[in-house]
Design a protein around this ligand. Structure first.
Ligand code: A3P
Length: 329
């Protein structure tokens, strides 16, 4: 992507702000405390140091004011899909200096009691950021919840919407695996995936099973398209985000009109985890939590085939709408 003048401006602005992010605090009682005797209040090892403190509630109102920090409503939302790789996408985008993430899933638009608390409640859940940065939140349930498109539209009709998808059958098994783990944690028993995914009476795919319904992406997307034009969506290939994340992230940078700042340096493959992990700088890196990247149970191949055949026509329609195809069977 060619960096145009506004993006370059953004970069320069960010460099300036990074320099400003070394807060200075005069030590009271020291003789002649003036500018030359000021010492760093806190050594900010990382450019996100202050924001990190703010999120943890450790920073002073003075610091918020000094650095002109604000809580902005999100300019982009990762709307889903559950088990598509939403956490990985959010964390990886947060590597970009102009992106600030809401760490928790806020569930504002899909949860009636939360929604009733109003937009200022929602804003209060957003991290502090510099005005030129963009705030992103992710709540995967948004994609499949009926009321959400209209509610988001009412907040901001030009918001950018990110949807990350995986091959539908794999996603359904991943969804099942998460629920299964929850049951096992409570020492409960649970059905086999095959029993849930296939209707025992008809031997057809059970479309009442939520993990199956969630994977019919086109059905959900069509509901969103009543409010937003397709250009306002960017669909991320969640399977490629696992195997080769950088190109997917670069496409998102373009979609968000951000200068390309996430590089191969920021991502390294961790053989123990079997996934890419994040490198913020030479000392700070992190992998996603162990709950991301679970081992899936073996599924009867005939059930997998049946599901893939079932999803096929929906996938074709989905490709047509979004103008992008994936290597799904
Ligand atoms: P599995 O647990 O089925 O492997 P979500 O964050 O939406 O719940 O998605 C979870 C999925 O993100 C995981 O599904 C995993 O495959 C995928 N993922 C993508 N990139 C990842 C990464 N770098 N580290 C861990 N999981 C990642």
């Amino acid at each position: 992507m060619v960096v145009g003048v506004p993006e370059l401006g953004l970069l320069l602005e960010w460099q300036t702000i990074k320099l400003q992010l070394q807060p200075i605090c005069p030590i009271e009682g020291r003789s002649g405390s003036h500018i030359s005797e000021q010492i760093p209040l806190r050594t900010l090892q990382f450019q996100r140091g202050l924001l990190h403190e703010l999120r943890k509630g450790n920073a002073m109102m003075e610091q918020i004011r000094l650095h002109n920090l604000v809580q902005q409503l999100p300019q982009a939302i990762i709307i889903g899909v559950r088990k598509g790789g939403t956490r990985a996408l959010l964390e990886m985008l947060n590597l970009h200096p102009a992106v600030v993430k809401a760490s928790q899933e806020v569930h504002f638009f899909d949860n009636d009691p939360n929604y009733a608390k109003g937009i200022e409640w929602y804003r209060g859940k957003m991290p502090f950021s510099h005005p030129h940065q963009i705030t992103i939140e992710k709540s995967p349930a948004y994609f499949i919840t009926e009321e959400v498109p209209e509610r988001i539209f009412k907040m901001n009709s030009s918001i950018k919407l990110l949807l990350i998808v995986r091959e539908p059958t794999t996603r359904a098994v991943s969804d099942y695996t998460q629920v299964l783990e929850g049951k096992e944690r409570k020492n409960k028993t649970y059905y086999k995936f095959e029993k849930l995914a296939i209707d025992p009476n008809t031997c057809e795919v059970n479309t009442k099973y939520k993990a199956v319904r969630t994977s019919i992406y086109t059905k959900h997307l069509e509901k969103w398209l009543k409010y937003f034009p397709v250009e306002q969506f960017h669909v991320v290939d969640g399977d490629r985000l696992i195997t080769d994340p950088l190109p997917e992230l670069q496409l998102v940078e373009q979609f968000l009109n951000l200068p390309p700042r996430i590089s191969q340096f920021n991502l390294y493959f961790n053989a123990t985890r079997g996934f890419y992990c994040l490198r913020f700088n030479i000392v700070f890196n992190k992998c996603l939590a162990g709950s991301k990247g679970r081992i899936h149970p073996d599924v009867d191949p005939s059930v997998v085939t049946k599901l893939r055949k079932f999803f096929h026509p929906f996938n074709q329609k989905f490709y047509q709408i979004i103008g992008r195809t994936f290597n799904w069977p």
